[in-house]
Ligand binder design. Structure first.
Ligand code: FES
Length: 580
């Protein structure tokens, strides 16, 4: 168990920033004179905790368009508490505009955050993110640096709207796109949906990756209680931003670092919350990476164990019915955790300075339709299952609540696509002969193969089948899928095909058996024949010979290890700059 009780409160001379500003030498003269150049007097800037506001904003970070205002509110809180706030922009990893995929740049953000914090005179930081990969990217770097940090989530956007219908990010896009592909939706309605699906600043308002990660970071104890679900444009969001500014200054004096909060029990709590939320499958990859940075041993097996004992009680899309505004109004994460209390370790410390149990004391569920009682769950077992078998010896995942139940035990003929372009070229071909009982396989879409493990795992249903009314099929890949997606999609197959995993041995016409109840995924081909095919397998030529792409492909780990870079995983300490 981590421990929030500091041996003592820091004094001014203990502040890390004092190494820059306090000495009577030429370097420090330079630092202080340049603060004057920026307009700060000595009593404003020196002897106070220096708070970095790491802002993952740009004109292309569509979910963070309110962040310039929030920076001002965080600064207000920092000044109020006697700190010295400084905004430092960091890579704005935009889920919607970055190719090949935002995941390709998560580790670059993590590396940047670590070095920005290391190299500057910083005592603590407010991490401003929300759009999917910004959350783990900011936290991975901050956990490694282990300075006091507090996470300020972007908050979900307003619910979407089309006529009488409330629209959910991603989830309803996929639904209506299938209708459009099937010829059931005209151009006019499609354009109206475009206008109404994303109506404000903020992150996707279904229980996609952003909402899942925000909820899990609050459960881990790195956010103020109740912060995860506040809608981005709610006035409470501005008040919460100022509260983050006030609290981080106190955290510096308390020397309350992530290493005193993140424990195996805290990660267990986050996994339980993930399962109860039927959270995004992406959360597994990111939690593995965060645990790796925190030095907490965590494997896929722990997700499997906790998924078996945790019911899904959050009735949120895509697994359920409601949207993030409803979740917030129903009590948000504190209310969810009150309901899950028998399954949690409430003694875990948090950045509030209180335990998780103290944080949620007094919280209540306002609407049982949104946060169900434990004995009236959406599903008896958790939101994400971990499968193994000869096709995924190191594991893969599926979200059963997002699948058609009839497909959860299914044997079918494999139809193999060697890459995403191959899949796009052939999937809709009426001559392909693909039937609804076939199993679609996409490979070379994993961490190294794609590279970056894009969200290609919800392979499209072939257009001829859509026209026949088919809406789900078994799909298997070494890719991820959006947290807002749905369908019988087996994801994160490890090891991936690009490193010679068994997925590389599948041939069109083979039989594949999926048995979710027994957590199995098997290629029904003789072991000797699979071994023969893998012996003959040759890796593709590397796509990158230089630059970040080469670094990524050379260093990224497999999905079951969190896709961090090998050289960034926890090992020995990195020297602090003042020894140079
Ligand atoms: Fe930013 Fe979904 S696109 S959270």
């Amino acid at each position: 168990m981590a421990d929030t009780h500091s041996p003592r409160r820091l004094a001014t001379g203990d502040l890390r920033s004092q190494r820059w500003f306090a000495p009577d030498d030429l370097r420090s003269f330079g630092h202080r004179s340049r603060l004057r150049q920026m307009g700060y007097s000595a009593d404003e800037a020196e002897g106070r905790p220096v708070i970095a506001i790491l802002n993952s904003w740009s004109d292309l970070s569509q979910c963070h368009t309110h962040f310039p205002e929030r920076v001002a509110e965080v600064k207000r809180g920092v000044w109020q508490a006697g700190g010295f706030p400084l905004e430092i922009p960091v890579l704005a990893v935009s889920e919607m505009f970055m190719k090949p995929t935002a995941m390709f740049y998560r580790n670059l953000l993590a590396l940047e955050v670590e070095e920005v914090l290391r190299s500057h005179p910083v005592d603590g930081a407010v991490l401003m993110g929300g759009c999917d990969k910004t959350v783990p990217g900011l936290l991975m770097g901050a956990i490694t640096m282990d300075l006091p940090v507090i996470f300020l989530p972007a908050g979900p956007m307003l619910a979407g709207r089309h006529r009488q219908e409330r629209l959910g990010s991603g989830t309803d896009v996929w639904k209506y796109w299938a209708q459009r592909q099937a010829g059931c939706l005209d151009e006019c309605v499609w354009r109206q949906l475009e206008e109404g699906i994303a109506r404000s600043a903020g992150t996707c308002m279904t229980m996609g990756t952003a909402s899942t990660l925000a909820s899990l970071v609050e459960t881990l104890g790195l956010m103020l209680p109740g912060a995860a679900t506040i809608p981005a444009v709610h006035s409470a969001h501005a008040r919460m931003a100022a509260a983050c500014g006030r609290r981080i200054v106190e955290m510096v004096w308390e020397d309350l670092r992530p290493s005193r909060i993140l424990s195996a029990a805290a990660f267990d709590n986050a996994i339980v919350a993930d399962m109860a939320l039927a959270g995004s499958t992406n959360a597994i990859v990111h939690l593995l990476a965060l645990a790796g940075r925190a030095g907490v041993p965590l494997t896929l097996d722990r997700f499997d164990e906790l998924s078996r004992t945790t019911p899904v009680i959050a009735n949120l899309r895509p697994a359920g019915e409601y949207l993030m505004e409803d979740f917030h109004d129903a009590g948000g994460v504190p209310a969810l955790l009150v309901r899950l209390a028998p399954l949690l370790d409430l003694s875990c410390p948090t950045i509030s300075g209180k335990t998780l149990g103290e944080n949620i004391a007094g919280a209540e569920v306002i609407d049982d339709r949104v946060i169900r009682p434990l004995d009236q769950p959406l599903a008896r077992a958790g939101g994400t299952f971990v499968l193994r078998g000869n096709l995924a010896p190191d594991g893969c995942v599926i979200k059963p609540t997002a699948a058609e139940p009839r497909l959860l035990a299914h044997t079918g003929r494999a139809v193999v696509f060697d890459s995403y372009p191959d899949m796009k070229a052939r999937i809709d071909d009426p001559a392909s002969g693909i039937t609804a009982d076939d199993v679609l396989v996409l490979r070379n879409a994993g961490p190294r193969g794609a590279p970056g493990m894009p969200e290609w795992g919800m392979l499209p249903i072939p257009k001829p089948l859509l026209e026949q009314g088919v809406r789900d099929m078994v799909r298997i890949s070494d890719a991820r899928m959006s947290g807002t997606s749905y369908g019988t999609c087996v994801l994160h197959v490890a090891p991936e095909a690009a490193v010679g995993g068994p997925l590389a041995a599948v041939q069109t016409g083979d039989r594949i058996r999926l048995d979710v109840e027994s957590r199995r995924l098997d290629l029904l081909v003789d072991d000797a024949e699979i071994a023969r095919r893998l012996t003959a397998w040759q890796p593709a030529d590397p796509r990158f010979s230089r630059g970040y792409g080469k670094l990524f492909v050379d260093e990224v780990t497999q999905a079951n290890h969190g896709c961090d870079f090998r050289f960034l995983e926890r090992s020995g300490p990195t020297p602090d700059p003042d020894i140079f």
